[in-house]
Design a protein around this ligand. Structure first.
Ligand code: ADP
Ligand code: MG
Length: 325
């Protein structure tokens, strides 16, 4: 039922009570959601204070929750392959399907923050404060303007300095992991998604150390696999001591253009290399996907019935079903 993620209760999307305007107020005011059972995913939840947050609009739970909280780092040191686009649209689709999602923006550009409607001008507390001042995540996270339980730790341009400042910091590779570990002892989150800058520096390293698994977006173009070889080397370095458990969970083919032979060839080659990890759904090249961020939203909010929105909902469903197994 690939289209089911679209059954978002649009009339419920207002976030008038959202704490996003004031990051100093603890963001989570509502009763904490109780852990849900695996077999109840296709039943829309009853309005029930025990299972919903005051501050979140209700959405139908159409996706199965994961067996355990899963932290997914979306990485590829190549720029422009669709990392940020994938983070924000998967996050919106998972939250739209009823899961509780936290996005950590680790890219100083803050593009994920923009697309999810999280303010991130200079001075806004966010990932920088979490990494360098050990500010708890629940003091800087803000509610996304997208429907569902979707929270964002924004990135400002300050974060560019963190790459250097971290070099001299103690436990420099583990700072994000420690912050998330602490956060998850107190808050019920199904999926944490990290958006990374296009480099393999300390910001990406912190996300790789904090994550359970990696999702690599691969653009369907020539040389697509070349950068991936370097990324695999980095993953193996991280596994050798910093995060032994890290695994390659998902490969997502992006900007697929079925009319070109090149796209088809790259897709085939990637599937041969990563037969288990590559999602069946490919994200098509679509103008709507590229336009959405300039309206401060995802393609799911901008054009919910477009091919791009359908593809991301379908990819989110495939991901959710694997995490639930
Ligand atoms: P990255 O985070 O890897 O640098 P982005 O997600 O920012 O990549 O994508 C790079 C550019 O390509 C952006 O302008 C984005 O809007 C555009 N883009 C991403 N995915 C698609 C797609 N499927 N179709 C068309 N444009 C896309
Ligand atoms: Mg990006």
């Amino acid at each position: 039922m690939p289209g089911d993620g679209g059954q978002i209760h649009q009339e419920d999307v207002s976030r008038e009570t959202s704490p996003q305007a004031s990051p100093s107020i603890p963001a989570r005011k509502g009763p904490r959601r109780v852990l849900h059972e695996l077999d109840e995913f296709d039943t829309p939840p009853e309005p029930n204070d025990d299972v919903s947050r005051e501050t979140s609009p209700r959405v139908a739970r159409v996706l199965p929750p994961p067996r355990a909280t899963t932290r997914i780092v979306v990485a590829n040191q190549k720029g422009g392959v669709g990392k940020t686009t994938t983070v924000v649209n998967l996050a919106a689709a998972l939250a739209g399907g009823g899961l509780s999602v936290l996005v950590i923006d680790c890219d100083p550009q803050g593009n994920a923050s923009t697309a999810l409607g999280a303010e991130h001008e200079l001075g806004t507390p966010g990932t920088y404060e979490v990494l360098l001042e050990q500010t708890p995540i629940d003091q800087v996270e803000v509610a996304s303007t997208e429907p569902g339980s979707l929270w964002v730790v924004p990135a400002t341009i300050d974060l560019a300095a963190a790459e250097l400042e971290l070099v001299a910091a103690s436990g420099r590779e583990n700072r994000l992991k420690r912050a998330i570990d602490r956060h998850l002892t107190r808050h019920d989150v199904d999926v944490v998604l990290f958006d990374c800058p296009p480099s393999l520096g300390l910001l990406t390293l912190n996300a790789l150390v904090a994550a359970d698994e990696i999702l690599i977006p691969i653009q369907c173009e020539y040389y697509a696999l070349e950068g991936v070889t370097q990324l695999m080397r980095t993953i193996n370095l991280v596994k050798g001591g910093l995060n032994d458990e890290l695994k390659l969970g998902t490969v997502l083919l992006t900007m697929y253009d079925g009319r070109t032979k090149l796209s088809q060839q790259v897709a085939e080659e990637v599937r041969t290399h990563f037969p288990e990890q590559t999602l069946p759904t490919m994200i098509p090249r679509s103008v709507r996907i590229a336009e959405a961020p300039s309206y401060g939203t995802t393609v799911l909010g901008y054009e919910p019935s477009s091919a791009g929105a359908l593809a991301y909902r379908q990819a989110a469903e495939e991901l959710a079903r694997r995490l639930a197994r």
